[in-house]
Design a protein around this ligand. Structure first.
Ligand SMILES: NC(=O)c1ccc[n+]([C@@H]2O[C@H](COP(=O)([O-])OP(=O)(O)OC[C@H]3O[C@@H](n4cnc5c(N)ncnc54)[C@H](OP(=O)(O)O)[C@@H]3O)[C@@H](O)[C@H]2O)c1
Length: 287
């Protein structure tokens, strides 16, 4: 298969690049290759390559910045308009589109903590809203023949790509802080699933090669936890003595509200392994 990966130096994109390269002809692009927002050039590149599959990991992920006018405008361009452009190109050039979304499309205000692929999103922050608008754009193109896989995931962690601007994961940040402090705090709310990027890349590849019915899929490592519980597990595996204090979401000054519950249920595919196992593998690599 001819596969184009957009955002290929990002946290997830770099792992997709590694996984797909072993068996496929892969064309990987990131910011230093060209700006994906230059839609004429994007179309020219895709017309020349004629891919069977385009995997888009480009997004605006700065959750708190999205609450500002300037950040939200950028989020709309990258999270809503780009998938719409790619969807139209997918129909025109006849490729399958894979696109990623987030647990933050759900509000977590309902009486139950987890969400299936069929549940209706109801985001409570601007980042979630921009990602949901991207989902809607793809859905709208379905009737015009778009074949797409919308993969929702949450709380990514994994090996750093060589992109110096790559956003550090929660676990990376905790380990960095623990190197200089002997007590830390973490939010003991916002229940959701940590997801290891190498696992997500492999599971995505399996999905996109097997190609069951197009639509929405949830891919996360199993074992929903709060940030506090995740940090406890991290320091336990890393054998790091640290005083960890649980706090409430409201104790952190953040611009964006986070859902208290946003556990994604994977009801359609083989479940991925527990995050604790993946975290052990990750720490074996980095410590
Ligand atoms: N990270 C999470 O915890 C998380 C959770 C749930 C869902 N997701 C979703 O998963 C997907 C992948 O996330 P990620 O964390 O791997 O993202 P990421 O690390 O930010 O990767 C995105 C890549 O796209 C590049 N890019 C941004 N704008 C571009 C442009 N205009 N032209 C060309 N390249 C551009 C970025 O370059 P720069 O770094 O130079 O901007 C970056 O290398 C996204 O759809 C995200 O919404 C992520």
């Amino acid at each position: 298969m001819k596969i184009v990966i957009l955002g290929a130096r990002g946290n997830l994109g770099s792992q997709l690049d590694l996984v797909f390269k072993t068996d496929h002809e892969v064309f990987s692009f990131d910011r230093e290759d060209f700006d994906v927002l230059d839609s004429d050039y994007l179309e020219q590149v895709l017309t020349e390559i004629r891919p069977n599959l385009v995997v888009n990991t480009v997004a605006y992920n700065q959750v708190d910045n999205c609450e500002n006018k300037e950040g939200y405008e950028l989020a709309l361009i990258l999270n809503r308009d780009l998938p719409a452009t790619l969807g139209k190109l997918a129909i025109k050039l006849n490729f399958i589109l894979a696109h990623y979304s987030t647990d933050y499309v759900f509000s977590g205000l309902e009486s139950r903590p987890s969400f299936s692929e069929n549940d209706t999103p109801n985001p409570i922050n601007k980042y979630g809203e921009s990602k949901f608008l991207g989902e809607i754009e793809l859905k709208k193109l379905e009737s015009r023949g778009l074949q797409y896989y919308l993969i929702r995931t949450s709380k990514l962690f994994g090996p750093n790509s060589d992109n110096p601007l790559a956003k550090p994961s929660f676990f990376d940040t905790m380990l960095k802080l623990a190197a200089t402090k002997d007590s830390l705090m973490a939010v003991n709310e916002e229940l959701s699933c940590f997801t290891y990027t190498p696992d997500l890349a492999s599971a995505s590849a399996r999905l996109l090669i097997a190609r069951p019915a197009p639509g929405i899929y949830h891919l996360i490592n199993e074992g929903a936890v709060t940030w506090f519980e995740g940090a406890n597990e991290l320091f336990k595996i890393a054998k790091k003595e640290i005083k960890l204090r649980p706090i409430r979401s409201e104790d952190l000054a953040r611009l964006a509200r986070r859902p208290k519950f946003s556990v994604l249920e994977n009801n359609k595919l083989k479940k991925m392994r527990p995050y604790k196992e993946a975290l052990k593998d990750y720490l074996r690599i980095i410590l």
